[in-house]
Design a protein. Sequence first.
Length: 305
Amino acid sequence: MAAYAVRRLFQFAPTLLIILLLTFTLSRLTGDPARLVLGLGASEEAVQQFRRTHGLDQPVPVQFLRYVLQVLRGDLGVSLRYQEPVLQLFLQRLPATLQLGLSTLLLSSVSGVAAGVYCAVSWGTLPERFLSLLVLVGQAVPGFLLGLLAILLFALHFRVLPAGGHGSAAHLVLPTLTLGLNLMALTARFSRSALLEVLSQDYVRTARAKGLGARTVLYRHALRNALVPILTLVATQSAVLFSGAVVTETVFSWPGIGRFAVEAILSRDFPVIQGTVLILTVLVLLVNLLVDLSYGLLDPRIRYT
């Protein structure tokens, strides 16, 4: 397993280089950030000085090479807008995104798997069909629409929860529900399908024929094997959550990485865009590696080569 993990880590380098090249190139296509940072009333001399100071007057290939060498030294650059190190700005906003992501992941994973298990074991009943319909609706509703409806209902009409911001547990409720509903529905649907497939296997029928109880068959034999694809789904979605829920954080004015990235794109803050994408790519790759390594714990038949 250790050799497999080391080999995977070395394979990250080409992926990171390609992502960095695409981000660097696409950000330059948006235009010159000097006027946005300095303002429309800035003189031409001030604009040229700004471009020279930040190396924007050099050819794009030269800028990219300098940036790669800078990243290899552990320096993600300085924000054009805030004039502070990108890594420092990222770390300041990371706790808010982790708080939202962990609460959403916990809610959606537990509720989604529980709903999926219930639908699988009660397949064909009226409650199962009703719950499956709710799951379908949960997948169909866009996140931005759900967020706006939640604000209108709970913040403006009933006035029981704040419409946005950050600071207390109450501020966390609406963003968590908005972000978690789609993932909860997806997890429930996926868990139902995976468990139904496992319950039809021969070893499950054998376990029942041996006289094992329904709970023992379900949790010890069926659910454990069904968790491998479920874990893959949850891990993939968690990478999206922790990389910043752009829409949800923007709708609820949540001071996390997603909102930070949107502000950087609108202001053409190239170092922030590049650094944020690079860090989030590393996090996604590490999550995927941890999931791959966990397969061996869930299913002893899996071997790493």
